[in-house]
Design a protein around this ligand. Sequence first.
Ligand SMILES: Nc1ncnc2c1ncn2[C@@H]1O[C@H](COP(=O)(O)OP(=O)(O)OP(=O)(O)O)[C@@H](O)[C@H]1O
Ligand SMILES: CC(C)(CO)[C@@H](O)C(=O)[O-]
Ligand code: BAL
Length: 285
Amino acid sequence: MQFIESLNNLREIRQIWRKEGVTVAFVPTMGNLHDGHLDLVKKAKTLADKVVVSIFVNPMQFGANEDLDAYPRTLDADRSKLEAEGVDALFFPAVDDIYPRGLGDQTFVEVPGISDLLCGASRPGHFRGVATIVCKLFNMVQPDVACFGEKDFQQLQVIRTMVEDLSMPITIVGVPTCRQQDGLAMSSRNGYLSAEQRATATQIYATMQNMRVSIENHSGTFATIEQEAETALKAAGFTPDYITIRNARTLLPAQTEDRNLVILVAAFMGSTRLIDNLQITLDHA
Ligand SMILES: Nc1ncnc2c1ncn2[C@@H]1O[C@H](COP(=O)(O)OP(=O)(O)OP(=O)(O)O)[C@@H](O)[C@H]1O
Ligand SMILES: CC(C)(CO)[C@@H](O)C(=O)[O-]
Ligand code: BAL
């Protein structure tokens, strides 16, 4: 596996691959890799001749009071995992090389509408930061295809919209959420949880499953199902940010005639903000 820190080096390798006529799949990450990330890598390997993974903890997508400094940085372990998966190149740029003029003067990419809902409402500027770094990384790596996790469901929609709106010649592939055996979605932020919090965190998936059953059985309106779920999360010790049933395409509040739904959750366990989601396809009646 090539370990690439400079943009010049990345461009040289990309140039060689272009001459060879090989295709490239890309997996952007913030590191501290777990099996969810490795699922993305495995999928990427089936989609192209070469796989590039980036690790970059992007300051532009973190709010002032968020966990940028605390975010786990585990390069050596990450490198070994990627090596074992047969990744061709790991791109590990420095913040100063990505944002040489600082964040304030940086040109940005903003995907309107969808970026302002849900996580975008709670984390102002977050999706601007995500869209900007993903656009920059796409320009650097120049992939044919890029893989993103469905765990970050809204992020995936933001990126699909950016690629479509800006006519980027890149196929975006969503990869299903990888879970622990007890249902908790794998996340680098799970490492912030105490043993007791970790045990309680399974209630997010359990609550979404209960909501799915209620939706499929029509036992209550969407509003009452959301209300009950919020009460259940609070009783378990969470501070819910949102727990909501949405149209899976627009992410707007679900209407009774919608068939493709997604339950989206963001909830604090102590100071740790966890997100998850569950897609539901209703039968066409
Ligand atoms: N459990 C998972 N299953 C599938 N994909 C995942 C999972 N967790 C993260 N990903 C995907 O991996 C990519 C990199 O995500 P990131 O490095 O932020 O990991 P993370 O564990 O989600 O971290 P955090 O929870 O701190 O945001 C994203 O496309 C994300 O959706
Ligand atoms: C896509 C991403 C790597 C951009 O920084 C990040 O938001 C993530 O890890 O999901
Ligand atoms: N996986 C999303 C990255 C973030 O929370 O900043």
